[in-house]
Design a protein around this ligand. Structure first.
Ligand SMILES: Cc1cc2nc3c(=O)[nH]c(=O)nc-3n(C[C@H](O)[C@H](O)[C@H](O)COP(=O)(O)OP(=O)(O)OC[C@H]3O[C@@H](n4cnc5c(N)ncnc54)[C@H](O)[C@@H]3O)c2cc1C
Length: 409
């Protein structure tokens, strides 16, 4: 393990820093996205998002100017914008747009609840049998078809995709081409700046039918509707490989569904503390990829303590994230360092942090739970849920919503 030098402030220098210090842990060329990391970028993105028109334009795809989605997901994923804040931000907008937008925030919360409750069990198809891994190694997104190749290019060069294109690519991968969904999910995760196991796995499971039993079919019809100029540019326009709906086999319900999908036997464990649990004076705040915002409860509570971030070397070696993701994280850390002391380390987080008395925000993901149990966390702060987890079903978004209590917006 080693402490890394301070991260420079300018984006091009950040990229060089990633190349110098995290090289060998990432996949692909050292390239950054045009989406900037950092609290200032997140605040600017939120301030400039106007929800008016969202319901009508959220699913538009190409040309880019037609898109009405907010693009806030990288900031939401890393805790730079928490869901209650984003919920409040749109409050004064037109009713239809506000309802539609808030519904999507609830999808994010639903995915977080599923992951908080089931953790690594979300690697398996939760309710219906859909193959997770197959031995095929070809990439069906590497196609001459403009809808697929444009999606693949945006994913790999920008690290972001509109929801529609995520559904198109995921459906094409599994429903039409019959690849295992976990392999596609891993490829998304490698590139998406907002890549989270929570939303990515729920998104894939929903699209391929593992959650609902009804796979989403992708054909030319959606492209014509959502990207009307695209087919005219496509070399396969007259021999379109997605002209018809994909054949769909009926999915069988899984013989043994994890009982926690229907009921959470330990909702307090899932949700974490609802108030601060402080047993001593910490000497640093431990921050992770989930807790990089100025409003993070632990960071906000201890403004005078250094923040410590560990690039988890064993994990990164396994994940092989794209450099875009690492550059986004590095830029965000450099931005925090303009307001408080930040230590950046490379190594195993438990070994790096072992002798420190830490403040941290409870984080409902399996990796945080296992590491935190081995650390001396003397000040634990609650996660900012939009809706506090309940013990009712997470079988579907609708069933989950019915059991959900009040919003904390
Ligand atoms: C196959 C697949 C994989 C996905 N992987 C991820 C992922 O790794 N990380 C991720 O954050 N989202 C994921 N999503 C959900 C969704 O596509 C993105 O959150 C959304 O496209 C982000 O763009 P936006 O910020 O402009 O969204 P907007 O439409 O502006 O919505 C605002 C916010 O609501 C949340 N949201 C919107 N739609 C969804 C949804 N369907 N599920 C969960 N949250 C949603 C996001 O936090 C988003 O930033 C995935 C969806 C699919 C179908």
């Amino acid at each position: 393990m080693r402490r890394l030098p301070d991260i420079p402030a300018s984006p091009s220098e950040v990229l060089a820093w990633v190349g110098d210090h995290l090289d060998g842990l990432a996949t692909g060329p050292v390239l950054a996205s045009d989406i900037r990391g950092g609290q200032q970028a997140a605040d600017t993105a939120l301030a400039s998002f106007d929800v008016a028109g969202y319901a009508r334009t959220r699913n538009e795809v190409w040309p880019v100017g037609r898109r009405g989605a907010s693009g806030l997901s990288p900031y939401i994923r890393h805790g730079l914008l928490d869901l209650p804040r984003v919920w409040r931000h749109v409050g004064a907008g037109p009713t239809d747009d506000v309802l539609r937008f808030r519904d999507e925030l609830l999808w994010q919360e639903y995915a977080r609840h599923v992951y908080a409750r089931l953790g690594d069990a979300t690697r398996r198809s939760l309710r219906f049998s859909v193959p997770e891994h197959l031995t095929r190694t070809d990439n069906p997104w590497l196609s001459e078809a403009a809808c697929l190749s444009a999606g693949w290019t945006e994913l790999t060069e920008r690290g972001w995709l509109p929801n529609q294109v995520r559904m198109w690519l995921a459906s094409h991968w599994t429903v039409r081409e019959e690849h295992g969904w976990r392999d596609g999910e891993d490829l998304f995760f490698r590139h998406l700046l907002d890549g989270s196991r929570a939303a990515n796995r729920v998104g894939w499971q929903w699209t391929v039918g593992a959650l609902t039993g009804k796979p989403y079919g992708f054909s030319r019809w959606q492209v014509t509707k959502r990207a009307p100029t695209l087919c005219a540019t496509c070399p396969l326009e007259t021999c379109c490989p997605i002209g018809e709906w994909p054949e769909q086999e009926e999915l069988s319900p899984r013989a043994a569904v994890d009982s926690r999908v229907r009921r959470d036997p330990d909702v307090e464990h899932t949700a974490g503390p609802s108030s601060d649990v402080v047993s001593g004076r910490p000497d640093a705040v431990w921050i992770t990829a989930e807790s990089l915002g100025d409003d993070d409860p632990a960071l906000a509570h201890w403004p005078d303590l250094p923040a410590v971030f560990v690039f988890d070397e064993p994990l990164l070696r396994r994940l092989r994230l794209s450099t875009k993701r690492l550059a986004f994280l590095a830029e965000t850390l450099a931005d925090i360092a303009t307001r408080r002391e930040v230590e950046v380390w490379l190594g195993d987080p438990v070994r790096v942090l072992t002798d420190r008395r830490l403040a941290a925000t409870f984080t409902p993901v399996p990796g945080w739970r296992t590491r935190s149990q081995q650390l001396d966390i003397v000040a634990l702060h609650p996660w900012r849920w939009l809706v506090r987890p309940h013990s009712g079903p997470v079988t579907s978004f609708t069933a989950w919503s019915r059991s959900s209590g009040g919003i904390r917006g």
